[in-house]
Design a protein around this ligand. Structure first.
Ligand code: ADP
Ligand code: MG
Length: 710
């Protein structure tokens, strides 16, 4: 009977729908309960009151207490978003901005990008209805270029201020100015606006000082500085004695264990510790701190290999990586609970120290190392080095084990080493190349960089060096003001000044298409995969892309081959998912890192967008790679090196001795003169991403630096 069977079907549909509804309701209930149970929930009213009373407030609270996810919601509910104003929350890390925004959107039961959104470089998930906006600190700095008074924001929360990234430090100085200008529009504003508007005639959105001061009159800007560790005093002093409040977190005891001896191979020690915990300790997830993507991926593979060797009953171990450049949907995997009966081991960089809070962790493995930027103002060279953590970092890491119950932390170094660690990390502004910062401040109309109110002043030498660099790149004119149009164009691109310059020059050299690819590929970590156990196969695979001229052209070849693979699968089957699968397979066959390549493709399309907005249209130099290498020389002339009789190289700008990194295609074939993009310091100085150039091109293409007679 037809009618009964249809009724039955409807009945089933209804039951299914009910079931789904119930699941949704249960999830909402769970989230509500979770929110109520957070330590910050009990002080909601007090916090809102403090924000009302104070223009600047410092909030210190332990990681996991609910600052980042809850405070913006409290303030929204308290009416701080009236008149279409926005609450902005800055994060030093992209990962945090994305994961937190997703979480808060879910907590608010709204679609991401509506009321709650995020905006990071190369990715914008906001709309005109966004009221709570998570973003990177660097992005807010860029917004200030278009809207110097940040007039859309009623509150700006600078989160994770203890990290003291270079962007946070610059932002704090800028926000101090903006706040002053918005609270005293008539006295302080004109100078500020005039200065900012200078040199920005190209902006269609330039505005008159009067209009800006009118709109600013209505609201002052509230500033909230949030920090995990207890360094409230320095922030308070910097903001003229601003009030600081503490939010107490929950912390259970964490047993800290050390090794007897220093560990010669910390990756191996990490691996052993993971399995020791897995096989001997009670249930609970593991968080291991490593220094970067490459390390994480290699440990991940080793863990998988070893799981396979375990007896059936103990194979219930799962790995989840989390690091800054991981695509965001994969980052979210770290937050998903492991299937029942499984133990999860999270392999993370220091982003899991404070930026993201992953529930369920009971064991922490801390090799005691971190990858950090380091800058030598005498040579002007920035490099990445792996250094011991500070005491503060070690404490943050171990604290992660005791959020939900008592935990254990395994420090992979002897106890005597702990006392030798520095108390806290040196702010990044004191150990990085400042060219980017100086360029942005110049673009904001702040010309006196040495006099800028930094929380901690970078050395005069470092500032002078970066001014010099920007001048040599043509971003500054003779009087050290932003040059037109090169400096203005460079400031608009969200890239390192040298890369921006490379794109601008590539237009003239007619190889913009190639340079765009190179800049995108250089913006991600390790495109090539070199698994220890399949070294030879990997080398052979790379050979098919290798250019004898060097790594840059090799990267272009990889990118083009991957694009071809996508193009082919497009014609056979145009479903995006299948295409991605094809690409993934292609990557595995060719020992290319799929995650990195995808990231590079995203970055490529974003930069292309910027470039097109600036009126550039990418054109290719075809097979004329000479032209392309000349363009590389004209852009990266500050990173040139000459071969020495002993086969090493001498960097021309710093006279440092450097070696070509073993990962370079030029590792064995020694070119007389090279340009490079990256300096890595381990036991030696290594240069990576290297291309062979003609030494005569240096004085020809960079006469401002290489006088013809020298
Ligand atoms: P804080 O900023 O004080 O360190 P957060 O607001 O980031 O704290 O996090 C509070 C709690 O919310 C965490 O302990 C964690 O349990 C939960 N949480 C945060 N982000 C997520 C997420 N993406 N998925 C699941 N739970 C999350
Ligand atoms: Mg937080």
């Amino acid at each position: 009977n037809i009618s009964t069977s249809k009724d039955q079907q409807d009945g089933r549909k209804l039951a299914n729908g009910d079931c789904k509804n119930q699941q949704v309701l249960a999830r909402r209930q769970l989230i509500l309960q979770h929110r109520k149970s957070l330590p910050i929930a009990s002080v909601e009213r007090r916090l809102v009151e403090e924000v009302r009373k104070n223009d600047t407030l410092i909030i210190v609270g332990e990681t996991g207490s609910g600052k980042t996810t809850q405070l913006p919601q409290f303030l929204y509910n308290a009416g701080f978003c009236r008149d279409e104003k926005i609450i902005g929350v800055t994060q030093p890390r992209r990962v945090a901005a994305v994961t937190v925004a997703k979480r808060v959107a879910e907590e608010c039961n709204v679609e991401l990008g509506q009321k709650v959104g995020y905006s990071i470089r190369f990715e914008d998930a906001t709309s005109s209805s966004t009221r709570i906006k998570y973003m990177t600190d660097g992005l807010l700095l860029r917004e200030a270029l278009l809207d110097p008074l940040l007039s859309r924001y009623s509150i700006i929360i600078v989160d994770e201020a203890h990290e003291r990234t270079v962007h946070t430090d610059v932002l704090l100085g800028l926000l101090k100015k903006v706040q002053l200008a918005r609270s005293h529009p008539t006295t302080n504003q004109h100078n500020f606006i005039k200065a900012n508007a200078k040199g920005r005639e190209d902006e269609s959105r330039s505005f008159s000082p009067l209009k800006a001061s009118e709109s600013a009159k209505s609201t002052s800007l509230k500033l909230i500085i949030m920090s995990a560790s207890l360094d409230a005093r320095c922030f308070s002093e910097y903001f003229g004695g601003a009030k600081a409040v503490h939010v107490h977190g929950r912390q259970y005891p964490v047993e800290v264990l050390y090794t007897y001896q220093p560990e010669p191979d910390y990756l191996d020690a990490t691996l052993i510790t993971i399995f020791q915990i897995h096989l001997e300790e009670a249930s609970g997830d593991i968080l291991a701190f490593l220094t970067g993507q490459e390390e994480i991926e290699s440990v991940e593979r080793l863990v998988h290999d070893r799981i396979r060797q375990l007896p059936d009953g103990s194979q219930n171990l799962l790995t989840v990586p989390i690091y800054a450049s991981l695509p965001s949907e994969q980052q979210m995997n770290a937050f998903k609970p492991a299937p029942s009966g499984f133990r999860k081991v999270i392999l993370a960089t220091n982003i899991a120290e404070t930026s993201v809070t992953i529930p369920g962790i009971k064991y922490v493995i801390d090799p005691g190392l971190v990858k950090a930027r380091s800058y030598n103002p005498v040579t002007g060279m920035e490099s990445l080095i792996i250094i011991p953590t500070s005491k503060a970092q070690a404490l943050q890491r171990s604290g992660r084990a005791g959020r939900e119950g008592p935990g254990k932390c395994f420090r992979l170094y002897p106890e005597s080493e702990f006392s030798k660690l520095t108390d806290s990390t040196v702010p990044e502004i004191k150990r990085c190349n400042l060219s980017n910062v100086v360029l942005q401040l110049k673009a904001l109309g702040i010309d006196d960089i040495i006099g800028f109110d930094f929380m901690e002043k970078p050395s005069r030498m470092a500032i002078v060096k970066s001014l010099e660099q920007l001048f040599l790149l043509g971003a500054l004119s003779d009087d050290y003001k932003l040059s037109s149009p090169v400096g203005q164009q460079m400031a608009r691109l969200p890239l390192d000044p040298m890369y921006s310059k490379a794109l601008i020059l590539a237009k003239e050299f007619k190889c913009l298409e190639e340079m765009l690819i190179v800049v995108a590929m250089l913006s991600v970590e390790s495109i090539f995969y070199f698994p220890r156990e399949k070294m030879e196969e990997a080398r052979a695979a790379r050979k098919s892309f290798s250019s004898p001229e060097g790594d840059h052209i090799t990267l272009v070849n990889v990118y083009r081959a991957s694009a071809e693979c996508l193009e082919k699968s497009k014609t056979t089957n145009s479903k995006e998912k299948t295409m991605e699968k094809k690409l993934n397979k292609w990557c595995r066959e060719n020992f290319i890192n799929y995650r990195s390549l995808r990231h590079a493709r995203d970055i490529h399309s974003q930069i292309e967008g910027h470039i097109r907005q600036m009126g550039f249209s990418p054109s290719s130099c075809g097979d004329d790679m000479l032209q392309f290498r000349r363009c590389l020389t004209a852009s990266f002339f500050l990173n040139a090196a000459m071969k020495q009789p002993d086969g090493s190289y001498r960097a021309l700008s710093s006279s440092q001795t450097v070696q070509v990194h073993p990962s370079s295609v030029l590792f064995r074939t020694k070119a007389d003169c090279i340009i490079f993009n990256e300096l890595v310091r381990t036991n030696q100085n290594y240069v990576r991403n290297v291309t062979r150039v003609d030494p005569l091109w240096l004085p020809e293409l960079a006469p401002q630096y290489y006088a013809a007679d020298s």
